[in-house]
Design a binder for this molecule. Structure first.
Ligand code: PMP
Length: 409
């Protein structure tokens, strides 16, 4: 693979030129949200300048144009993740809403006492809290596949837990805390062998590796636009068409119905059945532009670049004696982020020192509190990388550790 022209890529992100206190920003908080390149911002502003109207209901030119743009965005997403068509692509607000959609529309109706929901110990709160709630409401039992000391799933435990009582497996594709890349098609096969469904949280996978939902054979797959060079306010729920057809709507209102009387209503076609009210039209246009932008670079090359930077960061941090890193060693099952702690320094203090150097990292539990409890730490500092990051930026991060030690350790 030809390596990326990172300089040319960075030119499309004016925000990366910003300075605070005379120091250029080093943006290493990409697992929280990625920056948005000019072509995506331009696509959205062009939409507002030239095509803005409400969709579906309009006879007029602008409404027709906006409707076509919105529908085409579904097609583009379907093509990107290899779904069968726009019927399988529901636009939501974010990954969290995609989780809730399935948990409420499917889980609340289908689950009951004696049913099992299998999660992993490294789930993000978006899935963990949601399924916990559905468990409480329905009486279904929620179990967690253990992780081993390296932060990988214990697949023997997975085989033990996923049994004939299991109704759904919900697993994160790439952990936003450990960086672990989970064997999601193996997990999905296990679920299917027992007649269970599989839901994969791809929030940290779709932005930086090729994802093929058909190859994984996931029943549901979720991700967020804002973590893949796209806008906030739009996420995706992929679902197999026959399942989405069988499911009850999750939210009700205009745009999602076929026929309404004072007594009752019937539902519209997919994906509209799950997209009530005025949707995120400009954001859908932005997401489509982000996909075009990512594919122009090439997902394999993006993955290779990110893995290279993450490996470099891992090695630099590992060579520091007082740094503890969480998750697997660099390799095919580690994605582009590194969470760590420096002995004697609280993660929040470390992030604040980093900020003194205009280095953006995240400190906290990264919406994985139970996982941090298991790791035995209240918080960690996370550096997460994207297509525009460089080794020099990693060097700045490592150099700033000395300041933290001098002040706190
Ligand atoms: N799952 C994972 C693995 C994530 O990293 C995130 C974002 N931190 C989410 C779900 C939730 O994404 P969003 O906030 O866009 O709903």
């Amino acid at each position: 693979l030809e390596s990326l022209d990172v300089g040319a890529i960075r030119d499309e992100f004016p925000i990366l030129e910003r300075e605070f206190d005379g120091q250029q920003v080093v943006y290493l908080d990409n697992a929280a949200t990625t920056q948005t390149p000019d072509p995506v911002v331009d696509a959205m502003s062009d939409y507002y300048r030239e095509s803005n109207a409400n969709i579906h209901r309009g006879i007029h030119h602008l409404s027709q144009e906006a409707s076509i743009l919105y529908e085409e965005a579904h097609d583009r997403v379907a093509e990107f993740i290899n779904a069968d068509g726009r019927e399988e692509v529901i636009f939501t607000k974010n990954t969290t809403e995609s989780e809730n959609l399935v948990a409420y529309a499917w889980g609340l109706n289908e689950l009951g006492p004696g049913d099992r929901v299998v999660l992993t110990e490294m789930e993000h709160h978006a899935s963990l809290v949601t399924w916990q709630q559905i468990g409480e409401k329905t009486g279904a039992d929620v179990e967690y596949i253990r992780i081993d000391d390296d932060g990988r799933l214990d697949m023997d435990h997975a085989r033990e837990l996923i049994d004939d009582d299991t109704a759904i497996l919900s697993a994160v594709h790439v952990s936003n805390t450990l960086g672990t890349v989970n064997p999601v098609s193996e997990l999905t096969d296990l679920a299917h062998e027992h007649g269970a469904l599989s839901f994969i949280d791809g929030a940290q996978a779709v932005p930086n590796r090729p994802v093929d939902v058909e190859a994984i054979d996931a029943d549901f797959y979720a991700f967020s636009g804002h973590k893949m060079a796209g806008p906030t306010g739009i996420g995706v729920l992929y679902g197999k068409q026959h399942l989405l057809e069988e499911m009850e709507p999750y939210l009700y209102g205009g745009g999602m119905i076929r026929k309404v009387t004072y007594e009752e209503s019937t539902w519209g076609d997919l994906p509209w059945k799950f997209e009530p009210g005025t949707p995120q039209i400009a954001e859908a246009v932005g997401l489509e532009a982000a996909i075009d932008w990512l594919e122009d670079i090439g997902m394999e090359r993006i993955q290779a670049h990110e893995e290279e930077i993450a490996r470099y960061a891992y090695e630099q941090l590992e060579s520091e004696e007082d740094v503890e890193i969480y998750g697997p060693e660099p390799g095919p099952d580690r994605g582009g982020l590194v969470s760590f702690n420096v002995e004697g320094v609280h993660a929040h203090d470390l992030a604040s020192i980093m900020n003194d150097h205009t280095i953006a990292v995240r400190a906290g539990d990264h919406c994985t509190q139970p996982l941090h409890d298991k790791l035995g730490v209240p918080a960690s500092t996370r550096a997460s990388f994207y297509v525009y990051n460089t080794r020099e930026e990693v060097d700045k991060l490592v150099a700033a550790l000395d300041d933290a030690r001098q002040l706190f350790a």
